[in-house]
Design a protein around this ligand. Structure first.
Ligand code: ADP
Length: 500
């Protein structure tokens, strides 16, 4: 099992391309052919063992008959070669043994209880003493037969047993027949059988190879279909989701691909929308400037004050254009994800104080009161520039979209995991249906009002992006005409890793 594993692993590494089709093909090939070869080898082996066993039983049976003849003629106990009657009987027995020896291409020796060879069909050992292990064991009642396939013979001992009543136990064994016969007929049969097995195995291998090719091609076809479908989508022939419902696995792959496709289409749509919005936003100040410049050009002898007034308007439009470009650059930079985060451990109370100090002059212009309520001292791991951007944007909006003589409240609190910064105002509020859109790029509830007060529609989009980079959340509650509350919740410890 380990060896097969090793073989498969080596094959895999050696394979220039990891082809699923090739792997299925090889697997089927191994599974189809190896058992066939094992069964074939088993059949041949089994046949050999059975044939040897049969041969031994047959020979033993025939020799036993001869052994009975020997006994009935007192061949062993009353060996009298000088007597005519004995000789006639002995010749018959000798002829019988000769015939058997010829039939089985072997040799038969008859050994009496004194281990003397009385008869040898090869006529070599007659009169000699033969004390071999097999003979001794046979006298003790143990029958021996053994097959030597290397030298091509089967050796066996047959006891010559006296079954009359006065002979009991081992004493009843009057002699032993030591026989060895050739296995040539078995070998011939084995050769025939082997040829047949090889023929069948070759046919089986051909069938298995053909089947393995067909099955491996069929099994991997759905993957080709997926590739074709993806190519079609890439080439733009098809705008729809692809479908290859052949296997559960292909359904999963295709589902994942369709999800990716949908995401790409959404991204593409939002990119197009963004480009359209950017062009529009950048064009608006340009159009105003052109109108202003045109009207000056078409007016002959325009007074210097008009020139001045229009020039001031043109400068403010340029400022606006500049603001939009600056915000856009901030957004683009943010899209490069959290790689450029500079995380430091910061006292948030001090940061908020500083921001509010900077913004109070603007608030004063609208007579808006800015209050800071800190529940506790908060130290957190944040990007200082980005967090400043978030809080500045929220407080700026709270002042911008406030009523005259209104108020802005900034509350800072923390638990063991997060800190929250809540910016509430007594301003104009946000209509309910606009709440979910206000963090979208270029979205403004009241376009002309926002533009009047210098908004670009990008502030909250930038703030939300920066909050997400801190793995935090930005939520809004608002009642139109009464005021709004923006809540930023950020982990005290910066969680590096995947971008939200
Ligand atoms: P802008 O540059 O226009 O302020 P923002 O992205 O900061 O863009 O805000 C988007 C819109 O959300 C604003 O145009 C405004 O209509 C609305 N808004 C934001 N903050 C407030 C607030 N505190 N009160 C009322 N409306 C707000």
């Amino acid at each position: 099992m380990k060896a097969i594993h090793k073989l498969i692993e080596t094959l895999r590494q050696k394979m220039p391309v990891k082809s699923l089709r090739l792997q299925i093909f090889l697997l089927l090939l191994v599974m189809g052919i190896v058992p066939g070869f094992i069964v074939g080898a088993g059949i041949v082996r089994n046949y050999e063992a059975r044939a040897v066993e049969n041969r031994i039983t047959t020979v033993q049976g025939q020799l036993k008959i001869v052994a009975n003849h020997l006994l009935s003629n007192d061949y062993l106990t009353n060996y009298r070669p000088d007597e005519q009657a004995f000789r006639t009987n002995a010749e018959v027995i000798n002829a019988e043994l000769e015939m058997l020896a010829n039939l089985y291409e072997g040799r038969v020796m008859i050994i009496d209880s004194n281990f003397k060879v009385i008869l040898d069909t090869y006529e070599i050992s007659e009169g000699k003493i033969m004390i071999s292990e097999e003979v001794v064991k046979c006298f003790k009642g143990e029958n021996i037969s053994h097959y030597d396939s290397e030298h091509g013979y089967i050796e066996m001992t047959i006891p010559i047993t006296d079954t009359t009543a006065n002979a009991v136990g081992n004493g009843s064994i009057k002699g032993v027949m030591l026989t060895s016969i050739s296995n040539s007929s078995i070998v011939t049969m084995m050769e025939v059988l082997n040829r047949r097995v090889i023929l069948i195995e070759t046919l089986l291998a051909l069938v298995v190879v053909t089947l393995a090719i067909i099955v491996s091609v069929m099994m991997t076809r759905p993957f080709n279909r997926i590739t074709e479908a993806i190519k079609d989508v890439t080439a733009g022939y098809s705008d729809e989701s692809i479908s290859v419902p052949d296997y559960v696995e292909t359904i999963h792959i295709v589902d994942a691909f369709n999800q990716l496709l949908r995401r790409m289409r959404t991204l593409d749509a939002s990119r197009q929308e963004f480009v359209a919005n950017v062009s529009h936003e950048l064009k608006t100040p340009m159009t105003s400037m052109k109108v202003l410049a045109d009207s000056l050009l078409t007016q002959k002898d325009a007074p210097a004050e008009l020139y001045r007034e229009f020039m001031e308007d043109i400068v403010s439009e340029i400022d606006r254009e500049n603001r939009i470009i600056t915000d856009l650059l901030a957004l683009v930079k943010q899209d490069k994800k959290s790689k450029d985060m500079t995380i430091v451990s910061l006292n948030i109370n001090e940061l908020v104080e500083l921001i509010l100090k900077r913004l109070r002059p603007i608030a004063r212009k609208k007579d808006v009161e800015v209050v800071f309520e800190s529940m506790r001292s908060v130290v957190a791991e944040v990007d200082e520039v980005k967090l400043t951007l978030i809080i500045t944007n929220l407080v700026e909006n709270a002042i911008k979209y406030n009523k005259d003589h209104g108020w802005v409240k900034v509350e800072l609190d923390a638990d063991h995991q997060f800190f929250t910064c809540k910016v509430s105002d007594s301003g104009i509020g946000i209509p309910e249906d606009a709440l979910e859109h206000i963090t979208e790029r270029f979205y403004r509830v009241d376009k002309s009002h926002s533009r009047e007060i210098g908004g670009t529609g990008l502030g909250l989009a930038i703030a939300k992006g920066a909050v997400l980079q801190h793995k935090g959340t930005l939520t809004v509650e608002s009642v139109e005409g009464e005021g709004s509350t923006f809540t930023v919740k950020i982990p005290l410890n910066y969680i590096a890793g995947q971008q939200g």
